[in-house]
Write a protein that binds this ligand. Structure first.
Ligand SMILES: Nc1ncnc2c1ncn2[C@@H]1O[C@H](COP(=O)(O)OP(=O)(O)OP(=O)(O)O)[C@@H](O)[C@H]1O
Ligand SMILES: [Mg+2]
Length: 369
């Protein structure tokens, strides 16, 4: 039985109990079985902030590792390929290449790590192109009938040219029928920008996965399992309230759970009151960590649109929003489309719009008061 708070309300941290996402993970598992050319081996995962993109990437990596595949994370920033070429791949070759291992062993036993990298460096000097290094690594892995998974998180922050270069290398590996897979994750705008980038034709054929909110029963099941994992319990009414507050948003599952759990960790049951008491902190944290960054850089007119929407307690009629803003319907349409692109607004049936992020309405109201 675990002790301590089992919920993890931080970005990039995998949850103790994963809610939903089974289909995607299973499809990927099957794709690794299917061999090169399986379309689900190239995944582009998009979703709003806190929707669980990094967690999905982590899970995909785990699936690959379970099958003995190597996982290569493409580092962020300008040194993305350089790092692969000069350290990551050579180190992996050192570890897995039989010839390199033999050489190391005959060269005086298992020395310290430093001597390993030296012996590898003369076998794989940096001047070898990354493509050749990866092809070699792939040959080595083929002996064990495994492959390599490349992952790239925060696509929107990557240097487009480097992603393009990497895409060319990856395409080369695919064309040679090698056992490779690629999964990238980012905000939808980042993924779209990546696809517009030259040299990424293969990415256009990659499977696009848009992460949506979790279903209520997925939230309830994960919340219950996480609580029970610690030996505590949670009743049905408390879970119902939990699901209401979470709105299917993965980050909130962790946040609400975390705060409800800590009201009185010594008490066996997590109660309805414990869950209900989290609401103020939920709204505040969401505002600071999700809404404020999501609103940064949104032009004033689009913010005005959001404020006009926030007047309503539920979905807002576009006609009403236009009237409140004093703009024509076609102008309204432009703002609406931009805000949908930004993942701030969703269409909610004909002629209606709603907020894409939970508690965004409350956040906007609190700031216009
Ligand atoms: N399927 C899930 N089940 C339970 N908790 C989840 C799930 N997915 C994500 N979480 C939790 O939600 C939070 C945010 O997840 P994650 O960091 O993966 O989001 P993200 O989409 O990568 O966000 P960002 O856009 O900031 O990179 C974390 O606390 C994580 O534990
Ligand atoms: Mg992330």
């Amino acid at each position: 039985m675990a002790t301590g708070n089992p919920f993890r309300p931080s970005f990039g941290v995998s949850p103790r109990v994963l809610a939903g996402r089974e289909d995607l993970l299973q499809d990927f598992d099957v794709a690794l079985d299917e061999g090169p050319g399986s379309p689900l081996r190239s995944l582009l995962v998009s979703g709003a902030r806190g929707m669980g993109k990094t967690v999905v990437l982590n899970e995909l990596e785990d699936i690959a590792r379970t099958r003995g595949w190597l996982v290569l994370r493409l580092p962020e920033g300008d040194r993305m390929l350089e790092e692969l070429e000069s350290s990551t791949v050579p180190a992996l070759l050192a570890e897995h290449d039989v010839a390199a291992v033999r050489r190391r062993l005959t060269g005086g036993g298992l020395g310290p790590v430093g001597s390993v990298s030296t012996s590898v460096e003369d076998r794989y000097p940096v001047r070898h192109s990354l493509t050749r290094l990866l092809a070699r690594l792939s040959d080595v892995l083929a002996v064990h009938e495994t492959g390599m998974l490349f992952t790239l998180d925060e696509v929107q922050a990557a240097t487009p040219d480097l992603v393009g270069e990497f895409a060319a290398i990856y395409q080369h590996l695919v064309r040679d029928d090698r056992e490779v897979a690629f999964a990238a994750a980012g905000l939808p705008t980042g993924i779209d920008a990546l696809l517009r980038q030259a040299g990424t034709t293969f990415l256009r054929r990659a499977e696009r996965v848009h992460l949506r909110a979790l279903a209520d029963d997925e939230v309830a099941a994960a919340a219950r399992a996480t609580v029970e994992d610690t030996g505590r319990t949670v009743g049905d009414a408390a879970l119902e309230r939990f699901v209401d507050i979470v709105h299917g948003y993965p980050y909130l599952l962790q946040l609400v759970g975390y705060h409800a759990w800590r009201v009185d960790p010594a008490r066996t049951e997590v109660t309805l009151d414990d869950v209900g008491s989290t609401l103020p902190v939920v709204v505040e944290r969401m505002g600071r960590l999700v809404h404020a960054p999501a609103l940064a850089g949104v032009p004033e007119r689009q913010r005005g649109y959001l404020r006009a929407m926030a007047v309503d307690d539920g979905p807002a009629a576009t006609r009403e929003v236009a009237r409140r803003m004093g703009v024509t319907m076609s102008e309204q349409n432009v703002y609406r489309a931009r805000l949908i692109d930004r993942e701030l607004v969703v269409a909610a049936g004909h002629g209606y719009v709603d907020f894409a992020l939970p508690y965004l309405r409350e956040h906007l109201r609190a700031r216009t008061r």
